[in-house]
Write a protein that binds this ligand. Structure first.
Ligand code: SF4
Length: 345
């Protein structure tokens, strides 16, 4: 069976044609799905014979919300979602003054092994399809009865380790017949898969690219991120310059500040020198503390100092506001907790 959300309108039209159905039925069905009618029988303008045929081939792959936690201030919602094969992922909704933003997962788990991240603790289980990532947005959107206008691909999984499905997702999420979310409202985050950054640049999309850097040199980065053994910071910088030349878009560098590890003044200066002259922005993030590791957040004073040094070198930087800390909103924490409880850990 095929998840109908995995198809573009053109692909569904082709299926209709090949199966002796009228092509315009494809648009009618897609309209129903995106207007949150998720049972074929309820699509009142589609003949029963067509529905019977469709049901033999397709299902509507909306994940089930099995748990939902809201932060005390009501601005963050963390969802545990279950797909029909039983796999569980998490998705985070953040309410901002400019609209609703969602952080989606792109894989069940992750194989990148970043030391500060709970998503990778059990490795990767499988990739999510483009339609399953769309399904995350539709499920959350329906639950709040409000439009979601911004998407970040920064949940569990390395988006570029699931490249083809992520590219198709970006096409689907942007379509006027679907969620119609503009590319400028989308951010894709990678831990630095160099060949894929270049391939992504060649697509010349207008989405924001974020690089999880987290260290100013290879030695320190290797302590935090195993991917640093494969690609050096210099190779990442070269790929970033290639990206900027191809798209003329500013890159965001994510830098999680870990107390006593990568948050000293020398690190700030080294980072500033590394990024000097590049069209970029640095997002400083107090690291998420998880019980499985020893990393602790930098103090607010240290974060401010770090930020000031970057600015003094002319690097644009901001400190990311922490949201949802009271509901384990960091990447992978809630799923981990759920799986641990199920297995009695
Ligand atoms: S930070 Fe991202 S790339 Fe690294 S292990 Fe976690 S989900 Fe994977």
């Amino acid at each position: 069976m095929i998840n109908i959300l995995d198809l573009t309108l053109e692909e569904l039209k082709n299926w209709m044609k090949l199966n002796g159905e009228k092509e315009f039925r494809a648009k009618q069905i897609i309209d129903w799905v995106y207007k949150e009618t998720w049972e074929f029988e309820k699509m009142s303008n589609i003949p029963k014979a067509t529905i019977d045929k469709i049901k033999q081939e397709f299902f509507i792959g909306i994940p089930e919300i099995i748990e939902m936690y809201k932060s005390e201030d009501g601005n963050t919602g963390k969802y545990l979602l279950k797909f029909n094969d039983g796999n569980i992922i998490e998705t985070v909704l953040m309410k901002y003054s400019y609209g609703n933003s969602i952080c989606v997962s792109t894989q069940v788990g992750c194989r990148m092994g970043c030391k500060f991240c709970a998503s990778t603790l059990g490795g990767v289980v499988r990739n999510l399809t483009s339609g399953e990532i769309i399904g995350e947005i539709l499920a959350v959107q329906k639950s709040i009865n409000e439009r979601i206008s911004n998407v970040v691909l920064m949940g569990s999984g390395e988006p570029f380790d699931n490249f083809e499905n992520v590219i198709k997702f970006l096409e689907l999420v942007n379509c006027s017949y679907g969620l119609n979310i503009g590319q400028r409202h989308i951010t894709v985050s990678t831990c630095g898969l160099v060949p894929k950054i270049k391939e992504f640049a060649d697509k010349k999309l207008q989405v924001t690219l974020a690089i999880s850097l987290h260290a100013p040199n290879d030695h320190m980065r290797k302590e935090l991120m195993p991917i640093a053994n494969k690609y050096s910071i210099q190779e990442i910088m070269d790929a970033c310059k290639y990206y900027i030349n191809a798209t003329n878009k500013r890159i965001t560098f994510e830098y999680a500040l870990v107390s006593g590890a990568n948050d000293n003044i020398e690190c700030a200066k080294e980072l500033a020198k590394l990024l000097k002259g590049m069209l970029c922005h640095v997002n400083l993030i107090p690291v998420n503390e998880i019980k499985e590791n020893v990393f602790r957040k930098s103090t607010a004073k240290r974060i401010d100092e770090f930020n000031s040094i970057l600015k003094s070198y002319g690097i644009e930087s901001t400190v990311r506001k922490e949201m949802g800390a009271d509901i384990n909103a960091a990447c992978g924490q809630l799923r981990r907790k759920y799986l641990d409880e199920k297995s009695g850990v």
